[in-house]
Design a protein around this ligand. Structure first.
Ligand code: GRF
Length: 208
């Protein structure tokens, strides 16, 4: 289904990303194609040099770099993030490779409205230190025959929030961490927009 550009109120999304931003770009393209009824009102990153920010600059997407080096003495990260989210009327936060912990105050401000995607079947291979290629290396070293992706709500710990969606991927005999990571990422690109769309549709029904 493609959404027409009508006057109904859209779900305002803030994406948080620190790296390549392929999930961010993928969701952005789904919105652009009218497949998700939403706006990306802002991209928030801690990393001024990441590809996600580069893409935002090129495509004139509103962005904000927030990290401790950019704060003045009387500011703290949670207050600055909170202010940016409120100023941009954000309804949903989508984490897409964001490498920092979401402050408790922000989780309280957006209960069950912060989504994250993790490249394994949580609770396996999750928690502090399980990020990027390390996740896939751990899967290969464990000898597991399958892995997958998890989309979950964000709570106060790493990768422990309620699970919304999981999907499995086979680990092949000749897989390396890199080959496995590519298949898992493909699955992320198929799945994350579906979950984001569901949230935005629900929001649309409640509001319009
Ligand atoms: C993805 O593998 C995601 O599961 C994890 O971080 C990675 C982000 O990739 N949370 P990208 O920056 O969206 O390409």
């Amino acid at each position: 289904m493609k959404y027409s550009n009508d006057n109904e109120q859209k779900c305002n999304i803030a994406i948080f990303a620190s790296g390549t931003g392929s999930n961010f770009i993928n969701i952005y393209n789904h919105i652009l194609d009218g497949k998700i009824f939403a706006n990306i009102n802002i991209l928030i990153s801690n990393n001024p040099n990441c590809k996600a920010i580069e893409f935002a600059k090129k495509n004139k997407i509103n962005y904000k770099i927030i990290n401790k080096f950019r704060l003045s003495n009387n500011e703290n990260i949670e207050k600055v993030i909170g202010k940016v989210l409120i100023k941009n009327n954000i309804n949903l936060i989508v984490l897409a490779g964001y490498m920092k912990k979401i402050p408790k105050q922000i989780i309280e401000l957006y209960p069950r409205k912060i989504l994250n995607i993790h490249p394994a079947l949580l609770p396996k291979f999750g928690g502090k230190g399980f990020y990027g290629i390390k996740v896939h290396e751990a899967v290969i070293n464990s000898g597991e025959k399958s892995t997958g992706i998890t989309i979950h709500f964000v709570d106060n710990d790493y990768d422990t929030g309620d699970i919304i969606y999981q999907k499995e991927v086979d680990v092949l005999e000749n897989d390396s961490a890199v080959s496995l990571s590519k298949r898992v990422l493909e699955l992320e690109h198929k799945s994350y927009p579906v979950v984001v769309k569901e949230f935005c549709d629900k929001y649309r029904k409640e509001l319009n």
